[in-house]
Design a protein around this ligand. Structure first.
Ligand code: ZN
Length: 314
């Protein structure tokens, strides 16, 4: 089985960008957010990064064939129900200590058997030794850790919590023009701060459990892409060859199409795109929201070097 470089972190932290940069490398295969394959690929038939609908994408068609003898051999509703009963942050303690619940353990083993076939098929069909999975979710990373034969390397991607909070309020504003967006209430800075703490602490726990973990700041990745990508590749056990990172320049990156699933709309952009740290929050985040976010997430802001005088970059 290939090495799985898993990008973990909260949404709006630059995971799609990192995923697409890594996908430019010759021996790397980017699958996007694999955790959403069952729902958005199999059930909803969303578009793959290549532009085709999931069911029409040749790559994913082959993966389904190799893994399961065709996607149609799976009962999608059953797989989704199984996933919902296994892959949740609240079950992380049982993923770590499955002996606490034999019933959970049995469900987890069934789901892991599916994932094992899926990841192995991605490795086989792509023919690449390094698979990048930008699923982001903490619980899914705990499951990948349990895959037999998978060599999991975690990139814990972090961003200033105030930038994350602002990004989620922006989405709320956009949502006003879309009828019936039920997520609006869940994107307040206070709610996002709680998620920021919860998610990031789960990634700290993974490191404690011995998963090789590299912490990467979104802001550093965008400001210094070449050294940061070199660091990420080193974490995955290889060094970039001379000129291999030539797709990144001063303030731009050249992206190419991929077969990445889910992720933000940037997934469909190709060619040269500007590389610029999004720090709109510094001028736009309301004072009250900034205060709430800073106060509730300060231990992590400090640990990640986001507070004045913190300065720790790595
Ligand atoms: Zn595709």
């Amino acid at each position: 089985m290939s090495t799985v470089l898993y990008i973990g972190g909260l949404g709006r932290s630059g995971s799609t960008l990192l995923d697409r940069m890594l996908g430019r490398l010759e021996d790397v295969w980017s699958v996007g957010e694999l955790v959403h394959l069952w729902e958005r690929g199999l059930r909803q038939n969303h578009r793959c990064g290549c532009g085709e609908r999931f069911a029409d994408c040749a790559f994913w068609g082959k993966v389904g064939q190799v893994a399961f003898g065709g996607w149609d051999t799976l009962d999608v509703a059953e797989v989704l129900a199984l996933k919902a009963s296994v892959d949740r942050n609240r079950y992380v303690p049982l993923m770590v200590l499955p002996s606490l619940s034999p019933a959970y353990r049995a469900r987890m083993e069934r789901y892991l058997a599916l994932l094992e076939r899926l990841y192995a098929a991605v490795g086989e069909v792509s023919g690449k030794p390094l698979v990048v999975d930008a699923s982001k979710h903490a619980s899914a990373a705990f499951l990948v850790r349990r895959l037999r034969g998978a060599d999991l390397r975690l990139v814990h991607l972090v961003r200033d919590s105030r930038g994350v909070a602002f990004s989620w309020t922006k989405r709320m504003r956009r949502a006003e023009v879309v009828e019936g967006d039920a997520l609006m209430a869940t994107n307040t800075p206070l709610h996002m701060s709680a998620r920021y703490l919860g998610y990031n602490l789960l990634f700290h726990l993974l490191r404690r459990l011995g998963v090789p973990t590299l912490r990467l700041r979104y802001e550093s990745l965008v400001r210094d892409p070449v050294p940061e990508l070199t660091r990420v590749l080193g974490h995955a056990g290889r060094a970039p060859a001379a000129g291999e990172l030539g797709f990144v320049g001063d303030g731009w990156v050249e992206l190419a199409p991929s077969h990445a699933l889910a992720g933000n709309p940037m997934r469909f952009r190709s060619g040269r795109v500007p590389l610029r740290v999004d720090e709109e929050w510094r001028g736009q985040l309301r004072r009250r929201h900034r205060l709430v976010t800073s106060v509730s997430t300060w231990p992590l802001l400090l640990a990640y070097g986001y507070l004045r005088g913190g300065g720790r970059d790595r």
